[in-house]
Design a protein around this ligand. Structure first.
Ligand code: SAH
Length: 219
């Protein structure tokens, strides 16, 4: 199986063809080996144009959706990014390629553990993973993280509303992207914080697994 060829095709036909042109982002998709993040390593599906099961009732998002959300965030090389819903760790790796640091929170311990092991094995040194409920944000692990805020926040599971805990950890001038709606269908929302004011923009329909936690769905 020629994975490099498949990845290049994925970028051309699924991502670029749908209007995403940020070369730094496209390069990250050309580089990160998506097949390594899918349990059972299903050759023929790893670069397909859709979500895939990663166990525990969870999914790795469609490549285009990952690209769309990260494109909306406009991540810069110096940015510190918070991701809620590590899942397989695939999106975490893409962010690690384009940002300074990624802090990622996953609720399910087996997924958090597997993602951490794989990302460590791949040599990423700018990723921190926390096993916890991410709806209230990153829980500081030491004194230097006490009042941590982020340039960009991406939520990979569907929220009933924008969690206050995440807004509190968004830097002024920062952006937060999340799917928001009911448990079955949502809209992709981009929230900007400008001079303390919150501005929301709707980018249309999507479907994600539920965000479960204190400021999400209760089970
Ligand atoms: N970006 C991931 C997608 C994972 S699916 C990938 O590339 O694989 C969404 C993930 O959000 C699931 O793993 C789910 O367990 C997790 N999740 C749901 N509620 C959460 C919460 N409150 N805090 C952290 N993670 C949560």
């Amino acid at each position: 199986m020629d994975y490099t060829k498949q990845r290049n095709k994925m970028v051309e036909h699924q991502i670029k063809a749908r209007g995403i042109n940020d070369e730094r982002l496209l390069d990250a998709f050309r580089k990160v080996e998506r097949h390594l993040f899918i349990p059972g390593n299903p050759d023929q599906f790893a670069y397909a144009d859709g979500p895939l099961s990663i166990g525990e009732g969870q999914t790795i998002s469609q490549p285009y959706i990952v690209a769309l959300m990260l494109d909306m965030l406009n991540i810069k090389p110096e940015d510190i990014v918070l991701e809620i819903g590590t899942g397989s760790g695939y999106q975490t790796a893409i962010i690690a390629e384009i940002a300074r640091e990624v802090y990622s929170v996953e609720r399910i311990s087996s997924l958090a553990k597997n993602a951490k092991e794989l990302l460590d094995k791949l040599g990423y040194s700018n990723i921190k993973i926390q096993q916890d409920d991410g709806t209230t944000g990153w829980k500081p692990e030491n004194e230097s993280e006490k009042d941590i805020t982020f340039d960009a926040i991406v939520v990979s599971a569907a929220a009933p509303y924008v969690p206050e805990g995440l807004l509190a950890q968004l830097k002024d001038g920062g952006r937060l992207v999340l799917p928001c709606g009911n448990r079955y269908v949502q809209d992709l929302i981009c929230v900007k914080k400008e001079n303390g004011k919150i501005i929301k923009e709707n980018f249309g329909g999507c479907q994600f697994v539920p965000l479960i936690g204190e400021q999400g769905w209760k089970k």
